[in-house]
Design a protein around this ligand. Structure first.
Ligand SMILES: Nc1nc2c(ncn2[C@@H]2O[C@H](COP(=O)(O)OP(=O)(O)OP(=O)(O)O)[C@@H](O)[C@H]2O)c(=O)[nH]1
Ligand SMILES: [Mg+2]
Length: 421
């Protein structure tokens, strides 16, 4: 089937205090493309503050009207989240469909959501966005058909109240379903804590290669598990959290979590709705910040991710930087430099180097020791075989002598049982 592309014009207010404006417009254009729109024109206004009634000033509106006709555009996309009345006023001045950055991101998330949890989260965010905008939210959410004119205006207060009630009821029911799923996930996380398995979370800008890196780790260390995750060259390929257990050759094990990618100005409702998914990040022992080092905007991407981590309250967690897609650059790789490593998830190169950094950060609490376990405690031999790296095993008259590397906590817990060497 032939893909239908809607012609869009992007507009933005370049606040004097905003250094990342050009970048954010570029990002908006990528978001539009992910939503099957083609950007045919662009307009920006440099001012000290956003126009409270129309987002942009009167002069700019005239200019925009000309541009819309000239380019035969059917939608205008604003670079910020607009108030309900700004959208309403702009639409009537332009007589053209107007959407904002938030609707765009919500639409992409809506299209990508696969699991029940992700679908519920997106729908809650969409409804909450919609609630205060019921009046005049013309075609914007169900972006099909285009240009319905003003015919839905003023359909009466009663109808509006009814719609509002319906939406509120729907939000309540979605949220209660969501809470059940969240409770289940929290139980799983508690269980993991109890097992003392360290949790490492992959974070980063969307399309940086987080899912690819998870797959490369699986392929190297647990190839038989066949639990690869979905990767694709598009914004927000991943909306759900996947957790995989990675066992290194010396039996050290950690959980590696892949999660939703970040983008600048992630809508407030969306962050709130995805709170449970993102809790995985805030409770991690270590973060791997995946950066697409081949992208010219990578420094901005790093800032966006770090800002989002701060917003989530996860900026206290230790970070390793994985400079991914090094194969597309001139950088020498694989290579470790301080807390970052140059690698290529696609070519499976640099994964061991990354693992080395992980080991240094996560597995410092290990001791090298030699112990004798009495034969009547042989279940402990089985325990250490499972949870430690055994270097040698010898059977002596009174017990099993093991040379091993194990967690300090395990050593401390059982030291009274061990026999004198
Ligand atoms: N050349 C090259 N391409 C890569 C590398 N790693 C990932 N890619 C490609 O980059 C694209 C995005 O990869 P994903 O792993 O889906 O990225 P992600 O960070 O999980 O993205 P979201 O889930 O959308 O946030 C895919 O087309 C990958 O094939 C790499 O090391 N080199
Ligand atoms: Mg992904």
């Amino acid at each position: 089937m032939e893909q239908h592309y809607e012609k869009a014009i992007i507009i933005g207010v370049n606040l004097i205090s905003r250094p990342d404006f050009l970048y954010s417009m570029q990002e908006l254009s990528n978001l539009a493309a992910a939503c099957n729109m083609v950007v045919v024109g662009e307009l920006s206004q440099k001012v000290a503050r956003v126009n409270p009634s129309h987002y942009i000033g009167t002069g700019k509106i005239q200019e925009l009207c000309v541009l819309i006709t000239e380019k035969d555009a059917s939608v205008v996309i604003c670079n910020d989240e607009l108030t309900p009345s700004q959208i309403r006023n702009l639409e009537s001045s332009l007589d053209c469909k107007v959407i904002d950055r938030t609707i765009l991101i919500l639409a992409i998330f809506g299209e990508r959501a696969q699991t029940r949890e992700a679908q519920l989260q997106v729908e809650v965010a969409q409804l909450q966005y919609m609630l205060p905008r019921l009046v005049g939210l013309r075609e914007s959410l169900g972006r099909q058909g285009g240009g319905a004119g003003l015919k839905n205006r003023g359909s009466g207060e009663t109808k509006l109240e009814l719609d509002r009630r319906k939406i509120e009821d729907r939000i309540t029911s979605l949220q209660s379903e969501l809470e059940k799923l969240v409770a289940r996930r929290q139980t799983q996380r508690k269980q993991r804590r109890k097992n003392e398995v360290p949790v490492i979370c992959l974070v980063g800008y969307t399309n940086a290669g987080k899912s690819s890196l998870l797959n490369a780790m699986i392929e190297l260390y647990n190839p038989r598990a066949l639990k690869q995750v979905f990767t694709k060259d598009m914004l927000f390929a991943t909306l759900e959290t996947s957790v995989r257990s990675i066992s290194l050759p010396d039996r050290k094990t950690f959980l590696l979590t892949d999660t939703v990618g970040f983008v600048s100005q992630l809508p407030h409702h969306l962050v709130k709705a995805f709170r449970s998914t993102l809790e995985e990040v805030t409770e991690a022992d270590l973060l791997i910040h995946v950066v697409d080092i081949a992208n010219p905007e990578y420094a901005q991407h790093i800032n966006v991710t770090n800002d989002t981590l701060k917003e989530l309250g996860a900026d206290h967690i230790p970070i390793i930087y994985a400079y991914n897609k090094s194969d597309l650059t001139e950088h020498v790789y694989p290579r470790i430099e301080d807390d970052h490593v140059y690698l290529s998830a696609e070519l499976n190169r640099g994964i061991e180097e990354l693992t080395q950094l992980i080991r240094e950060r996560i597995f410092q609490n290990y001791v090298q020791c030699e112990i004798i376990i009495p034969y009547e405690q042989s279940r402990l031999v089985a325990y250490f075989n499972e949870h430690a790296h055994i270097q040698s095993t010898n059977y002596e008259p009174n017990g099993t002598r093991l040379t091993l590397e194990c967690r300090v906590s395990d050593y401390e817990q059982y030291r009274d049982v061990f026999l004198q060497l």
